[in-house]
Design a protein. Structure first.
Length: 94
C-alpha cells in the first residue's frame, strides 16, 4: 500500500510542475493566482499522503489544515489587492 501512496505522491508532484508553469508564465494575473492556489491545494493533499506513508496521519492532518487555511487567506488577500490596487482586469496585452 505504501507503493501506491508513493506513486500518488509522485504523480501529484508532476501535476504541481504543470501548475508551476501556469503560475510563472500565465498570461494574466488571474492565471498566475490560480496556478499558485492549485499548487497550495496539491501541497495539502501531498502532506496527507506523506502522513500516510509515515503512519502519522494525525500529525500531518493538522499541518495540512493549517497550510490550507493559510493558502486560502493568502489567495483572498492577493485577489483583493490586485482588484483594488493594480487593476486585475485592466492588463496590457503583450
Amino acid at each position: 500500500m505504501d507503493d501506491f501512496f508513493l506513486g500518488c505522491g509522485l504523480f501529484l508532484g508532476g501535476l504541481m510542475l504543470l501548475s508551476l508553469y501556469r503560475g510563472i508564465f500565465g498570461p494574466t494575473v488571474l492565471d498566475r493566482m490560480i496556478g499558485v492556489n492549485a499548487i497550495g491545494s496539491k501541497t495539502t493533499v501531498l502532506l496527507v499522503l506523506i502522513g500516510l506513508l509515515y503512519h502519522r496521519v494525525d500529525m500531518f492532518i493538522d499541518i495540512a489544515l493549517a497550510y490550507a487555511l493559510l493558502n486560502f487567506i493568502a489567495v483572498l488577500a492577493a485577489a483583493r489587492y490586485f482588484q483594488k490596487r493594480k487593476g486585475l482586469y485592466h492588463e496590457k496585452p503583450y
